[in-house]
Write a protein that binds this ligand. Structure first.
Ligand code: NDP
Ligand code: GDR
Length: 370
C-alpha cells in the first residue's frame, strides 16, 4: 500500500486530495495545525477512530514553520509521496503578514525538502509543490504557460517563487522526483470564505434570502481562469505518477471577471444584476427576479465597492495555457465554469436556508453585514 503525506490537509485541496488518494487505496497521512477551535470540518467525514485496526487516514499535529516536527513525521511515515499544499494562501493577507507568509510558504517548502534529504529518502519519496499562477503576477505573455517569465506581485507570490525554485533546485541537485504544479485559481463549495468566489456565492445566497443587505467587493475588473478544485487535485496525483518529474500549468484556458462571477451566481438563483457607475462608485442593482422563493426586489442595490479590498499591488489578469498537461498527462478539466458556479451557489443557498431556519428559531444571532 502506498503512503502519502499531505500538508494543508484541512484546506480545500487537502480535503479533496485526501478523498481521492483514499479512493485509490493509499494510506493517507495529513499534517494539521493545532488551533483553539476545531479546524477539521472539511475532512471530518474521512476521520477514522484511532483504535480501529487497518486505519488508512491518520492526522499528525505539525506546522510548516517547525523543522523538528516535519523531520519527525517524515521519519515516522517514510511516505512514497508528499503533497505540499500547506500555506498561508491568501494574497491580500500576505501584505499584512509578509514574514509569516514567507516562513510557511517559502521556508516551509525548503524544510520539507531538507527533511527528505536528511532522512535519506531522496530516491524513495516523490514531492509535489503547490505552485501558483500568482507567480506570473504582472503578466509577461498571454496566455501563460510553463515557459512564461514570472513577475510576482505580492509577498505570497514572492514566497511561492522561492518554493517553486527550491523544488526545481532539489530535483536538479539531488535527482529527487520533485515537481511544481502551477495551478490557476480553483474553487469549490468548500473554498475558504474570504476568497472572492466563495465570498460572492455566500453573500448572494444570503442576500437572496434576506439575511444580508449588501456585498462589498474590491477590484471587480480582475480577470481569472477559474476551475474546479476536484478536477485539479486529480492532476496533482497524476504529476507524481510519471516516469520523469516535470512542472505543469493547470488551467481551463478560459477567463472571466469578478463582476461576471457575481452576475452568473445571481442568475443561477433566478435574479439579474446590472452594474452602473465607475471605480469606487460602481453599484450592482437587481433588475429582475424570476424565482418567487427570493426575498430581493428589482431596484435593490446589492453590490458595492469597498476600497479596503483593493490590494497594494494587483494581479489584473490571469489566463492559463494547459496544453502541456493535456498532451503529456492527458489531463483535461471536466467541470465547466458554469457548472462550478452552479455547484458553489447551490451549496451556499442550502447553507443560507439552514442559517435562516436557525435564526428564525432564535438559536443564534448573526451579524450578516460583517
Ligand atoms: P487553503 O487556504 O484552503 O488551505 C491551506 C492549508 O494550509 C490549510 O490546511 C491550512 O491549515 C494549512 N496551513 C497554513 N499555514 C500552515 C502552516 N504554517 N503549517 C502547516 N499548515 C499550514 O488553500 P487551498 O487548499 O486552496 O490551496 C492549497 C495550496 O495550493 C496552497 O499552498 C495554495 O497556496 C496553493 N494554490 C491554491 C490555488 C487555489 O486556487 N486554491 C491555486 C494555486 C496554488 P488551517 O486549516 O489550520 O488554516
Ligand atoms: P487570488 O484569489 O488572489 O487570485 O488568489 P482571490 O479570490 O482572493 O482574488 C481574486 C481576485 O478577486 C479580486 N477581488 C477580491 N478578492 C477577495 N479575496 N475579496 C474581495 O472582496 C475581492 N474583490 C475583488 C482580487 O483583488 C483578485 O484580483 C487565489 C489563492 O487561492 C492563492 O492561494 C492562489 O495561489 C491563487 O488564487 C491562484
Amino acid at each position: 500500500m502506498k503512503k502519502a503525506l499531505i500538508t494543508g490537509v484541512t484546506g480545500q485541496d487537502g480535503a479533496y486530495l485526501a478523498e481521492l488518494l483514499l479512493e485509490k487505496g493509499y494510506e493517507v497521512h495529513g499534517i494539521k495545525r493545532r488551533a483553539s477551535l476545531f479546524n477539521t470540518d472539511r475532512i471530518d467525514h474521512l476521520y477514522q477512530d484511532p483504535h480501529e485496526s487497518n486505519r488508512r487516514f491518520v492526522l499528525h499535529y505539525g506546522d510548516l514553520t517547525d523543522s523538528t516536527n516535519l523531520i519527525r513525521i517524515v521519519q515516522q511515515i517514510e511516505p512514497d509521496e508528499i503533497y505540499n499544499l500547506g500555506a498561508q494562501s491568501h494574497v491580500a493577507v500576505s501584505f499584512d503578514s509578509p514574514e509569516y507568509t514567507a516562513n510557511g510558504d517559502a521556508l516551509g517548502t525548503l524544510r520539507l525538502l531538507e527533511a527528505i534529504r536528511i532522512l535519506g529518502l531522496t530516491d524513495k519519496t516523490k514531492f509535489y509543490q503547490a505552485s501558483t499562477s500568482e507567480l506570473y503576477g504582472l503578466v509577461q505573455e498571454i496566455p501563460q504557460k510553463e515557459t512564461t517569465p514570472f513577475y510576482p506581485r505580492s509577498p505570497y507570490a514572492v514566497a511561492k517563487l522561492y518554493g517553486y525554485w527550491i523544488t526545481v533546485n532539489y530535483r536538479e541537485s539531488y535527482g529527487m522526483y520533485a515537481c511544481n504544479g502551477i495551478l490557476f485559481n480553483h474553487e469549490s463549495p468548500i473554498r475558504g470564505e474570504t476568497f472572492v468566489t466563495r465570498k460572492i456565492t455566500r453573500a448572494i445566497a444570503r442576500i437572496a434570502l434576506g439575511l444580508q443587505d449588501k456585498l462589498h467587493l474590491g477590484n471587480m475588473d480582475a480577470l481569472r481562469d477559474w476551475g474546479h478544485a476536484k478536477d485539479y487535485v486529480e492532476m496533482q496525483w497524476m504529476m507524481l505518477q510519471q516516469d520523469t518529474p516535470e512542472d505543469f500549468v493547470i488551467a481551463t484556458g478560459e477567463q472571466h471577471s469578478v463582476r461576471e462571477f457575481v452576475q452568473r451566481s445571481a442568475a443561477e438563483l433566478g435574479m439579474e444584476i446590472e452594474f452602473s457607475g465607475e471605480g469606487v462608485n460602481e453599484i450592482g442593482t437587481v433588475t429582475a427576479v424570476t424565482n418567487p422563493e427570493l426575498k430581493v426586489k428589482p431596484g435593490q442595490q446589492i453590490v458595492g465597492v469597498d476600497p479596503r479590498y483593493f490590494r497594494p499591488a494587483e494581479v489584473e489578469t490571469l489566463l492559463g495555457d494547459p496544453t502541456k498537461a493535456k498532451e503529456k498527462l492527458g489531463w483535461v478539466p471536466k467541470i465547466s465554469f458554469e457548472e462550478l458556479v452552479k455547484d458553489m451557489i447551490t451549496s451556499d443557498f442550502e447553507h443560507a436556508k439552514r442559517d435562516r431556519l436557525v435564526t428564525e428559531a432564535g438559536y443564534r444571532a448573526f451579524d450578516y453585514n460583517e
